[in-house]
Design a protein around this ligand. Structure first.
Ligand code: TYD
Length: 215
């Protein structure tokens, strides 16, 4: 079996988590090995970098370098070996988040991000490794903010004003336009069941999972 690399993206409050867990169950039920992982993080080293990135003050270049350093470790230690075994890698955020948050949100240089992407994602197996599919949970920042309100102590990104998330959302939209075949846009402003039906449709259309009853 060939491995599948699937990333999940969207602004904070888009509601990715339950859907990722559900997909993991569906792939396991279909007999696939599932590697459930996340960024920033996914290895002991990258999880330590995540703590720093989410909670320590730093300038934008330092932030981008730490995120991509963690990504390199994650790719080498976890993602590439899993894909080589034929597993389905479900990754909660990947490089599109760097373009959306660091590039869009923080206004960091997109050309530097593209350079880091080309260094970090160069692998023997794939040339430039990219997800086979990116499930993009798209919803207006005002709806996301209402969902997040009072949820828990916010990190360095969650504490940003709504205008930041408007720029992040625009960053995702640009990435989606640049790689339309890779992106599946999900309207995440509707209720959870309606979101789940859209996602089930995306995976059934590609022949990666059986069509869900009632979907
Ligand atoms: P998130 O998936 O939202 O974690 P949690 O659900 O536990 O809050 O990711 C943490 C934050 O990291 C999120 O606000 C987006 C940010 N982030 C970046 O700024 N750049 C990146 O490249 C990645 C992967 C995440």
């Amino acid at each position: 079996m060939t491995g599948l690399f699937i990333s999940f993206e969207g602004i904070d409050g888009a509601g990715k988590s339950t859907h990722i867990d559900h997909l993991a169950d569906a792939f396991r039920a279909a007999g696939r090995e599932v590697c459930l992982t996340r960024e920033p993080g996914g290895t002991p080293l990258a999880e330590q970098l995540r703590e720093l990135v989410l909670h320590r003050a730093m300038d934008s270049l330092t932030e981008a370098l730490l995120i991509f350093a963690g990504r390199r470790d994650h790719l080498q230690q976890v993602i590439e070996p899993a894909l080589a075994r034929g597993a389905v890698v479900l990754c909660d955020r990947f490089t599109d988040a760097s373009f959306a948050y660091q590039g869009g949100g923080r206004g960091f240089d997109l050309a530097v991000l593209a350079t880091l992407e080309s260094w970090v994602q160069r692998t023997e197996a794939a040339g430039l490794r990219q997800p086979d599919l990116t499930v993009w949970f798209d919803l207006p920042p005002t709806v996301a903010a209402a969902r997040l309100a009072g949820a828990r102590a916010p990190d360095r990104f969650e504490s940003q004003p709504e205008a930041f998330f408007t720029r992040v959302a625009a960053g995702y939209a640009v990435r989606a336009t640049e790689a339309p075949a890779r992106f599946a846009r999900i309207d995440a402003a509707v209720d959870r069941d309606a979101v789940a039906r859209q996602i089930a449709g995306v995976f059934a259309d590609r022949g990666w999972l059986p069509a869900e009853e009632g979907a």
